[in-house]
Write a new protein. Structure first.
Length: 279
């Protein structure tokens, strides 16, 4: 069943957050900054809601317990909500992160895909965003230094499983398939997949996409490779109707170029991509 798109704190059940657009909001992503003559919009109808959590190797139970303890405290005292509000609605200030770490502290390595604003993205020579800050706060609670490693999204779980990194945090949804490879922390946020189409598209609802498919139309849906958007779209529409891209911004550019019918991606990055494209 397709559900309405929102960003909630999973434990606190916070109501829908305001759209991006303030000075504190995340930029879109590499390659999507320039405005286009093709205007885009996000469909109002519902698609998929999903919980975000931190991936940890199955055998690393001590680290998972420590992460969950830290997350519980950060959610309970409102710190996670403070971080989300800053990046999504431009409200408040970020808490201090990684300022009092001992020089000889152990390192907590985190794998991410820094092309997913406002969760993680490059700002100058640093990776910032909701996940980057929350991970830094967790590292502070554990008395560790945080090292964030940027990689393709589909490389994150293999990196966790192999021990190359300690954890994966990239707006990552808990799925049965992923649970076969890694363990997940408590959920720290709930995200939702949305559908982007050109402004002049006759498609107004997700149900219309299914109707076009039933009518034999060769619809083409862009997604980011290995994400739940790709998984859901492949299951719902068939892999022959889904194209996977290394970055969400690349999928949006293909949509602007007329190569796709729509793009399915998380709501907050979608708002950033659409705002950047529409200038």
């Amino acid at each position: 069943m397709k559900k309405f798109i929102t960003l909630l704190l999973a434990v606190l059940m916070v109501a829908s957050l305001a759209a991006c657009g303030s000075n504190n909001s995340a930029p879109a992503a590499d390659g999507s900054a320039a405005a286009s003559s093709v205007q885009l919009k996000i469909l109002d109808s519902e698609y998929v809601t999903e919980d975000y959590a931190i991936a940890v190797a199955k055998e690393n139970t001590d680290l998972l317990d420590s992460i969950n303890t830290a997350l519980t405290a950060l959610i309970a005292d409102g710190t996670v909500a403070q971080v989300v509000d800053y990046y999504v609605s431009g409200e408040g200030e970020l808490p201090a992160v990684q300022q009092d770490v001992a020089a000889d502290a152990e390192t907590l390595t985190m794998a991410t895909n820094a092309a997913f604003p406002p969760y993680e993205y490059w700002e100058g020579d640093a990776i910032v965003g909701i996940d980057a800050v929350v991970a830094g706060l967790i590292a502070d609670q554990l008395g560790m230094k945080l090292d964030i490693q940027d990689m393709d999204f589909d490389a994150i779980i293999p990196a966790v499983v192999s021990g190359k990194v300690d954890m994966g945090m990239a707006g990552m949804t808990v799925t049965d398939e992923r649970l076969q490879s890694v363990s997940f922390s408590e959920s720290y946020a709930t995200g939702v997949q949305v559908v982007i189409v050109p402004e002049n598209s006759p498609i107004e609802t997700v149900d219309q996409l299914f109707s076009l498919l039933d009518d034999g139309e060769d619809i083409q849906i862009g997604t980011q490779n290995a994400t739940t958007g790709f998984i859901y779209a492949s299951d719902d529409f068939g892999e022959e109707h889904v194209q996977a891209f290394n970055k969400g911004a690349d999928a949006v550019q293909a949509l602007v170029s007329g190569k796709l019918t729509c793009v399915i991606i998380d709501n907050e990055p979608a708002k950033a991509f659409v705002a950047a494209n529409n200038g």
